[in-house]
Design a protein around this ligand. Structure first.
Ligand code: ADP
Length: 264
């Protein structure tokens, strides 16, 4: 059970999981969303904290990019995605004046902002808090780990793609986790093959299986593969209310559950 007086908003959060990737564009944020939706589908209360300060994409993916953060006496209130309030999100994106704004953060400001997100958001009762981090391993990751190590930080899920360059980056992530004593919960291979929109057959356009091999080599759990699927891109692009978005992701995930391609 996470609990510390320094982080009152996290006191009732049972599990905290970081999602890491060696580089940008491998699908870390989309995997974070799919993981959160899957956990909610299993009956858990789930929150997503988007700490990708330079490219916060979670609000767009969940169709709540126009939402604003509200302040309550207990802290910042996250944005609720589903009417039962068991799926919530907080992102730096909610603080930006518009979606085209970009912010250039200097190191100390980044660390301060991350600390503020960890201390000031009141999550309430959560089974899982999924933290989407920036790509690579940087000061932001160190800030998160240093701040949360006193709490129960369960560990990290690594996201990779089959291409060798991404796998090299995963090795760096593994070294980082080892150095900061962050357990690695497992690995997801994203963009593993392409699903034809007509026949639904999955073709390996890059070499596949690299993630699985890497997991075996480093004795990590291999959570499964998610193919390149144009219907996922559609989900991410269609602008809808947060609740509709949840339903669509849920259907998307069910599809992979049934074909055993997505097994987290
Ligand atoms: P990251 O967080 O690693 O930068 P994103 O999750 O933002 O990556 O994904 C990058 C882009 O790739 C997004 O436009 C997303 O729609 C697309 N994408 C991610 N995973 C898949 C997938 N399995 N199939 C199709 N498109 C994907």
């Amino acid at each position: 059970m996470a609990g510390s007086t320094n982080f009152p908003g996290l006191e009732k959060v049972k599990h905290i999981v970081l999602v890491l990737s060696g580089k940008g564009g491998v699908g870390k944020s989309s995997v974070s969303v799919q993981l959160a939706v899957a956990l909610k589908e299993l009956g858990n209360k789930v929150g997503i904290l988007d700490l990708d300060l330079c490219g916060p994409s979670i609000p767009r993916m969940l169709g709540v990019e126009k939402s604003k953060i509200h302040q309550a006496s207990s802290g910042w209130v996250p944005v609720y995605i589903t009417p039962d309030r068991n799926f919530s999100v907080m992102s730096i994106g909610f603080l930006l004046p518009d979606k085209n704004s970009s912010v250039v953060w200097r190191g100390p400001k980044k660390s301060a902002m991350i600390k503020q997100f960890l201390t000031d958001v009141y999550w309430g009762d959560l089974d899982y808090l999924i933290i989407d981090t920036p790509p690579g391993t940087s000061d932001e990751h160190l800030s998160v780990v240093e701040n949360l190590q006193a709490l129960k930080l369960d560990g990290a899920i690594l996201v990779t793609t089959p291409q060798a360059v991404s796998l090299v980056d995963v090795r760096k992530e593994l070294n980082f986790c080892h150095e900061v004593k962050l357990p690695v919960l497992g690995l997801v291979e994203n963009m593993s093959g392409y699903v034809c929109t007509n026949c639904k057959e999955c073709t390996n356009i890059f070499s596949s299986g690299g993630g699985k091999k890497l997991a075996e080599e480093f004795k990590l759990n291999f959570f499964g593969s998610v193919p390149i699927d144009p219907s996922l891109v559609e989900q991410l692009d269609i602008s809808a209310t947060g609740c509709d978005e949840f339903e669509r992701y849920s259907k998307f995930i069910q599809q992979y559950k049934s074909s055993a391609l997505y097994e987290i």
